[in-house]
Design a binder for this molecule. Structure first.
Ligand SMILES: *Cc1c(COP(=O)(O)O)cnc(C)c1O
Length: 409
């Protein structure tokens, strides 16, 4: 009996066990949109199996790429292994993945009530509140989940660390409150390198694979790790609604997984140095980073293996200062998204969290940093020169921004 492999090794080898038999070394890419049918009967049986969320039968056909694609399935196998889950299902984007999860557990299961723990990524908050999917959403704090459950509650949505202010919720405690109701954890910020929600009792772990899993800013994708039974429900939604991940994207994501643990550790080390530097800066009123309050409830110790590479900060000079800094950085690209090899800076209230109602939206003085693989001293020097551009005096821009955001949603 050999010991279980370490995650670093899994990241390099997962989803590749048949490559030697195939006689290839790099991951094969299958771009077929349709596949030959052995005969009508077995073709029809295959169609039936996959349209209801199953896998292609051994003696059948993959039929059509909206039902199954082997390059995508390979990436799904690898991600499931990293997430300690039976299966995973990949989608065209993180939001397509979240949509499938909500559809499968809410209206399709006759349970149209969703509980969402804030804060959440702006797009998720927007989707849940939009009414587009026919669900009613109760937003609450992670301690109020039990009190918010109704007979028609089909899903509990949790994000930890949460975008953008890195709020930490106790996954096991939310699962304990949930009873029979499945909990989905958006694990985008932590990645499977730092956190495995399924080990803590969550029914699903969701990623915007666009971020750390891809890691290079060139793929938009989403993936949900879960049980095979839940995967069937999600594949059924995917087959019917068509929110597919393209095989070229799946190839890039699968390749990206091999360096994920190394990237995550290096980016985290740099982020920690930057946090230490930011704490002492007079331009910064508050730094948001997991563990800065010393982990009083022991949550980080119980559920995470690291604190990650995302940072948020509240600027002393309010919106005017935040605006000046985003305009003045040169190594930090002023752009949304996160988790790639290059560092990014952005203003959540105006961009990623724009659709969130005012009472739950981050302040106009908050900036979010995604730390990449550049040298820490170079990144600190870039922030220092950007802080030097902060104007002194009244924060004139905040009121105007508040006014403008009033009309979004
Ligand atoms: C970006 C993001 C999403 C949405 O993913 P897309 O791939 O952009 O659709 C969901 N959750 C979190 C935490 C994100 O950062």
């Amino acid at each position: 009996m050999t010991a279980p492999l370490h995650p670093d090794t899994v990241a390099v080898h997962a989803g590749r066990s048949d490559l030697e038999d195939l006689g290839v070394h790099a991951l094969p890419i299958d771009l077929s949109t349709m596949n030959p049918l052995p005969d009508i009967e077995r073709g029809g049986d295959s169609y039936e199996a996959m349209a209801t969320g199953g896998r292609p039968p051994a003696d059948g056909s993959m039929v059509y790429a909206r039902l199954w694609n082997p390059t995508v399935a390979r990436f799904e196998e690898a991600l499931a292994e990293l997430e300690h889950a039976e299966a995973s299902v990949a989608f065209a984007s993180g939001m397509a993945a979240m949509t499938a999860v909500i559809l499968a557990h809410g209206p399709a299961a006759g349970k149209p009530h969703v509980i969402a723990v804030r804060p959440l990524y702006g797009g998720t908050d927007h989707l849940l509140g939009s009414g587009l999917l026919g669900v009613e959403t109760t937003y609450c704090h992670s301690d109020e989940v039990a009190a918010s459950i109704r007979p028609d509650t089909g899903l509990i949505v949790l994000e930890t660390p949460a975008n953008p202010t890195l709020d930490i919720a106790d996954i096991a405690a939310v699962v304990a409150q949930a009873g029979d109701v499945p909990v989905i954890v958006d694990n985008t910020f932590a990645t499977p390198v730092l956190q495995n929600p399924v080990d803590l009792g969550a029914a699903m772990s969701l990623h915007s694979a666009t971020k750390y899993l891809g890691g290079h800013g060139d793929v938009i994708a989403g993936v949900v790790a879960c049980s095979e039974q839940t995967a069937e429900a999600l594949r059924r939604v995917r087959a019917v609604t068509g929110g597919l991940l393209h095989p070229l994207g799946a190839y890039l994501l699968h390749r990206g997984l091999t360096t994920l643990p190394v990237r995550m550790r290096a980016q985290q080390e740099t982020a920690r140095r930057i946090v230490q530097w930011l704490i002492d800066r007079p331009e910064v009123a508050e730094v948001f980073y997991p563990g800065l309050d010393g982990d009083p409830r022991g949550i980080l110790e119980r559920q995470m293996r690291g604190t990650g590479a995302m940072i948020a900060m509240r600027m002393q000079g309010g919106y005017a200062a935040a605006s000046a800094v985003t305009n003045a950085t040169s190594l930090f690209t002023h752009a949304v998204s996160l988790g790639g090899v290059d560092s990014l800076i952005q203003h959540p209230a105006a961009l990623t969290h724009r659709p969130v109602p005012a009472e739950a939206r981050p302040g106009a003085d908050v900036l979010r940093l995604s730390i990449g693989l550049e040298n820490a001293d170079d990144l600190i020097a870039d922030l220092a020169q950007a802080f030097a551009a902060v104007p002194q005096g009244a924060d004139a821009g905040a009121a105007a921004l508040e006014e403008e955001l009033h009309s979004v949603g």
